[in-house]
Design a protein around this ligand. Structure first.
Ligand code: AMP
Length: 510
């Protein structure tokens, strides 16, 4: 028995560090370190602050702030206090925050001090009873309050099915949906990954991901706490800083753009010498990046796949072949199947939508039971909307999002098939293939291509290999060269933005 007993997630993230209060948890670039004892003492004070503000079990604590240790303390403090943590991307505008606060009705909202003038009226109108601030320097009215409390909080009891967090999905179509994440889903997924990826108290993880998203908040942070390891906690991705810190680290979790940018750094091979593990996810890692990384560092990047609603679902193996262009196998305890639109399982090797079942699944969309029902099968499988295929050795490949599939002249075109061929052309860095309205074909295939720095490419060079290997309905009707693809903070290519930019490409000609 200890002060965290009875709170399902809190006891699991605390167990490894109990009795080791001086063990380092967070290293800041440049040397300063926070111990587990100090971190949890602050989290307990955050919990006391929330309880005094009237927080009831299940109440939401929303935060839109820069990445700081205090924000992590607020996450753990919210869990200890029995609340539901709700982090929001700092990029959201006032009108977007208005939607989230009205939808989630949090008791407390924490925002950047510079935004209080804008956001206070919005919070008041949404019925939020407390608005506190937290700046990029880790200071504000939230930490001022925290500092008036003594540590030693007894965690509020919460069972496996109680909610620990709500994360809003990026909402590329329609309204953004709040994925409800239970103590069970977060706890089981992080413990599974800790064991699979062999995290221990010796690990030092480079943490340069944002903490409003599942990858940086739950995968990176929970696993490290559950192992009793430590984080090199960086406010954002910066290639120079990472190269400087890497000799002190054992592992890194990143999105693919971390890896492509680090490959441009001359000191990478030397810096990576003590590293044990590089993990990538949240967006597809190019085969080319995988191969170049291995050539430079000697490490095969371990690519895994998941989403806000499912937490992590598959991973390449820790031991055994980490196959480029695949996301590996279902995690222990997680079931996957590739299905047609009706939910019938397809034979291995065929392309279809991935469905997932297991303790990792979310508990539904906040106040949208009809949306939840649309995406769940009766037997408990969640329809991910990711178009996938399982190869003959059982490795899962992500072909694209169902909504990105192109229907040209009534025929399906999977963008990934065309992109892979384009990416293999000499001088091409990467590409995105989209469908835009076309007067004859419904949708016309468009290839948006980024040449490598200094490479000179023309349309004929792109089209020649495609004409050889693709049926004509899959061939791009237009090739456009750009300097970079639009990406969000998690490194995902924003195909929506591209579709919008080129929406009138064919209608203008008609
Ligand atoms: P999010 O909910 O923001 O984490 O986005 C989840 C989506 O990111 C998934 O449904 C996939 O489409 C994509 N994704 C995540 N990991 C990978 C990966 N390793 N390869 C390709 N796509 C990925």
């Amino acid at each position: 028995m200890n002060a965290y007993t009875g709170n399902h997630l809190a006891q699991s993230i605390r167990k490894a560090s109990l009795g080791r209060k001086d063990t380092p948890f967070i290293h800041h670039a440049g040397g300063e370190t926070l111990s587990y004892g100090q971190f949890f003492a602050n989290a307990e004070r955050m919990a006391a602050t929330l309880i005094d503000a009237g927080l009831q079990p299940g109440d939401r604590v929303a935060v839109q702030a820069a990445k700081t240790v205090a924000m992590l303390e607020l996450y753990v403090g919210t869990v200890l206090a029995g609340g539901t943590f709700l982090p929001l991307n700092p990029a959201y505008t006032t009108s977007e925050i208005d939607y989230f606060l009205n939808d989630a009705a949090p008791r407390v909202f924490v925002c950047d001090p510079a935004r209080t003038d804008d956001l206070a009226p919005v919070a008041r109108a949404a019925g939020t009873s407390h608005l506190w601030t937290l700046g990029a320097d880790g200071k504000g009215s939230l930490t001022d309050r925290r500092d008036t409390y003594a540590p030693g909080f007894h965690a509020v009891k919460r069972g496996p099915e109680d909610l620990a967090a709500i994360l809003y999905t990026s909402g590329t179509t329609g309204r953004s949906k709040g994925a409800m994440l239970s103590h069970r889903a977060l706890e089981s997924n992080s413990q599974t990954l800790r064991a699979l990826w062999r995290f221990t108290s010796d690990d030092v993880l480079i943490h340069a991901l944002p903490i409003f998203h599942t990858h940086g908040l739950f995968v990176a942070t929970n696993i490290t706490m559950m192992a009793g390891g430590s984080l090199i906690f960086l406010p954002k991705f910066d290639a120079d800083t990472i190269i400087r810190e890497m000799p002190h680290a054992t592992a890194m979790m990143g999105v693919p753009t971390f890896y492509t940018r680090l490959l441009e750094q001359p000191g990478l091979a030397q810096a990576a010498r003590n590293m044990r593990l590089f993990i990538s996810g949240s967006a597809p890692l190019l085969d080319e990046t995988h191969r170049r990384w291995q050539a430079v560092t000697g490490h095969a990047i371990l690519e895994r796949y998941g989403m806000t609603e499912t937490n992590m679902t598959t991973s390449n193996p820790y031991e055994g072949e980490r196959r480029p262009g695949t996301v590996g196998f279902a995690l222990p305890g997680v079931e996957i199947r590739v299905c047609d639109d009706s939910g019938a399982q397809l034979p291995q090797g065929e392309i279809g939508v991935l469905e997932v079942r297991g303790p990792n699944l979310f508990s539904g969309y906040w106040q949208m039971p009809e949306k939840t029902a649309e995406e769940m099968r009766e037997d408990g499988f969640f329809i991910t909307g990711d178009v996938t295929r399982i190869d003959s050795d059982g490795y899962l490949q992500i072909v694209g999002r169902a909504k990105d599939m192109i229907i040209s002249g009534g025929l399906n075109v999977y963008p990934k098939e065309v992109e892979s061929l384009i990416d293999a052309i000499d001088g091409v860095l990467e590409s995105a293939v989209i469908g835009v309205p076309h007067p004859d074909f419904g949708e016309g295939v468009v290839a948006v291509v980024v040449p490598e720095r200094g490479a000179e490419l023309d349309v004929a060079q792109i089209m020649a290999p495609l004409e050889k290997s693709l049926a004509s309905f899959k061939q791009p009707k237009k090739v456009i060269f750009v300097e970079a693809l639009p990406r969000n903070t998690m490194g995902k290519v924003q195909k929506n933005a591209l579709r919008k930019d080129y929406a009138r490409l064919f209608s203008a000609q008609a």
